[in-house]
Write a protein that binds this ligand. Structure first.
Ligand code: NAD
Length: 330
C-alpha cells in the first residue's frame, strides 16, 4: 500500500542538469527539498541560494537528513555516490547512464536486493510526450531507425558517445522490443576527443527485429528522431519537436480517431487505405514527470518507469556496442 508521507529529498551534483532537479523538487507535492551538495563549493552555495535551500558540506551530511537522493554528478562518480546512499538506506534517482561499468551497476542492484530501496534511472526520453502518445497502439517494431546528433560541448565527453547519447536510444529500443539481443554490429570514429564521438550500431534481436542507431556529438544542429516499421504500420517521432506521426494500412471501412488523411491503396480491389494520424501529444515536462514518478515510487504508490534493472540492461548493450567499436578500430 502506498503512503502520502512527505519524502525528504536532496540533490547531489548541481551542475547543468542537477539544478533542474532542485527546481522541480522545490515544488513537487509530498516532497520536501532538504538541500544540495556539490563538490564545487561555489556552485554548492550558488544553487542553494538560488532555490532558498541548504548547502551541505558532504554527501554524508546531506544523506543523513534525507529519505531519497538525486545523483546528478558526472557519470564516473555515480557508483560510489549511489553506494554510499544505498548503504545508508536511502532511495536513489541516478541520472543516466546508471554507472560507468556494468559491474558497478550489478553491484548497486545487489545492494538493493530485498531491502525495498528504490533505484530509478534518468532515461528521460521514455517520458517524452511524443513517445507516450503511442501508448494506445500495439507496438511490434520489425525495423527501427534512430538518430541522435548534437553539437559538440565538453560536458558529457568524460564518457564515449555511446554512453552519453546513444544510451538514450538503446533504452528506448529495449523498451519497444520485447526480445533479447541476438547480436550487434558497430563502428565509430574519434574526431574531437580521445574517445568515440560518432557511432553507428545495428542491433538484431532474437525475434528478428533490427535496430539501426546513429549517434554523434559533432553535428551542426540537434537531431533526435525515431522511425519504426511494423506489419501495416510506420511511425515517426521527432523528440525535439514533440511530433509523432503514424501511417497505417487498414481496411477502408475501419473507424479510427485522430485520422487526418486517408488514401486508398490501389491493389486489393481498393478495399484498403493508408491512414495518417497525429496522436494527441500531452504537453508535459518530462523531467517533472520523471521526478514525480520517483517520489511516488519511494512512497510505494508507483513503480519506477525506468528502474535500476532497465538502466543496467541499457548500459550492458551500450558497453557491448562500445567494445565492438574499439575492436573494429584497432
Ligand atoms: P555537470 O558537469 O554540468 O555537473 C556535474 C556537477 O557535479 C558539477 O557541478 C560538479 O562540481 C559536481 N560533482 C562532481 N563530482 C561530484 C561528487 N563526487 N559529489 C558531488 N558533486 C560532484 O554535468 P551534467 O551535464 O549536469 O551531467 C550530470 C549527469 O547527468 C551525468 O551523468 C550525465 O550523463 C547526466 N545527464 C543526463 C541528461 C539526460 O538527458 N537525462 C542530460 C544531461 C546530463
Amino acid at each position: 500500500m502506498g503512503t502520502t508521507k512527505t519524502v525528504k529529498v536532496g540533490v547531489i551534483g548541481v551542475g547543468h542538469l542537477g539544478q533542474h532537479h532542485v527546481k522541480h523538487f522545490a515544488n513537487l507535492p509530498n516532497t520536501k527539498l532538504m538541500g544540495v551538495f556539490d563538490s564545487n563549493p561555489q556552485r554548492n552555495s550558488e544553487i542553494a541560494n538560488l532555490y532558498n535551500t541548504n548547502s551541505y558540506n558532504s554527501i554524508k551530511e546531506i544523506l543523513d537528513d534525507c529519505d531519497a537522493l538525486s545523483i546528478v554528478t558526472p557519470t564516473p562518480e555515480h557508483a560510489k555516490v549511489a553506494e554510499l546512499c544505498i548503504n545508508n538506506g536511502k532511495h536513489v534517482f541516478i541520472e543516466k547512464p546508471i554507472t560507468k561499468t556494468v559491474e558497478e551497476a550489478d553491484h548497486l542492484l545487489s545492494l538493493t536486493k530485498e531491502n525495498g530501496i528504490v533505484i530509478q534511472v534518468g532515461h528521460i526520453e521514455r517520458l517524452n510526450p511524443a513517445l507516450l502518445a503511442l501508448k494506445d497502439y500495439e507496438l511490434k517494431p520489425k525495423f527501427i531507425e534512430i538518430q541522435r546528433l548534437a553539437p559538440y560541448t565538453v560536458r558529457g565527453t568524460e564518457v564515449p558517445v555511446v554512453l552519453d547519447l546513444m544510451i538514450h536510444d538503446i533504452d528506448i529500443i529495449l523498451s519497444l522490443v520485447n526480445s533479447p539481443v541476438k547480436n550487434i554490429r558497430a563502428s565509430g570514429v574519434s574526431i574531437m576527443t580521445n574517445s568515440v564521438d560518432i557511432a553507428n550500431a545495428r542491433v538484431r534481436f532474437e525475434n528478428g527485429t533490427v535496430a539501426n542507431l546513429t549517434s554523434s556529438r559533432i553535428a551542426q544542429n540537434k537531431v533526435r528522431k525515431l522511425k519504426f516499421f511494423q506489419r501495416d504500420m510506420y511511425v515517426t517521432i521527432d523528440f525535439l519537436l514533440g511530433l509523432t506521426e503514424v501511417y497505417r494500412a487498414m481496411d477502408s471501412d475501419t473507424k479510427v480517431s485522430n485520422t487526418m488523411v486517408t488514401a486508398p491503396l490501389e491493389n486489393n480491389g481498393g478495399h484498403r487505405s493508408i491512414v495518417y494520424e497525429k496522436p494527441t501529444i500531452k504537453k508535459t515536462d518530462a523531467l517533472r514527470l520523471e521526478l514525480t514518478n520517483f517520489i511516488e515510487s519511494v512512497q510505494g504508490k508507483a513503480k519506477p518507469i525506468v528502474d535500476g534493472r532497465a538502466g543496467r540492461d541499457a548500459l550492458e548493450v551500450a558497453t557491448n556496442i562500445h567494445k565492438m567499436i574499439i575492436e573494429d578500430v584497432h
